[in-house]
Design a protein around this ligand. Structure first.
Ligand SMILES: [Zn+2]
Length: 115
């Protein structure tokens, strides 16, 4: 299934393809502040439909994950990183997707605070 998403003001927009059933809810200092509910897809299944120049990027800790956000409205719809096998992955904040019923998703708690 194809999903479309955006930041609040629409300056950043994107699409992703895949089966959305489970999302990761992490309690680390960063994820909890942003309210991320993350869905991971291969980067190849992610399409940025707005200009890359409209994105701002935040990194911290080991600076291996690029947390993108809209510099105008502040929403943080996705980030890019690699999974354990080294494959390039997009982490999508499903709160920024259209037509997704959050209560239908299985939330997988991750104890990021302890890492
Ligand atoms: Zn925006």
């Amino acid at each position: 299934m194809k999903y479309e998403g955006s930041c609040h003001c629409g300056q950043v927009s994107f699409a992703a393809e895949g089966e959305l059933e489970k999302v990761m809810e992490c309690n680390c200092s960063h994820c909890s502040r942003k309210g991320y509910l993350l869905w991971f897809v291969p980067l190849a299944d992610f399409t940025l439909t707005s200009a890359e120049s409209e994105l701002s990027t935040y990194t911290f800790n080991k600076h291996v994950i690029k947390h993108h956000f809209c510099p105008k409205c502040g929403c943080a719809p996705f980030g890019f990183g690699t999974d354990r096998s080294g494959a390039e992955t997009a982490a999508i904040n499903v709160r920024c997707l259209e037509d997704v019923e959050l209560s239908n998703l299985e939330r997988i708690p991750v104890d990021g605070r302890a890492l």
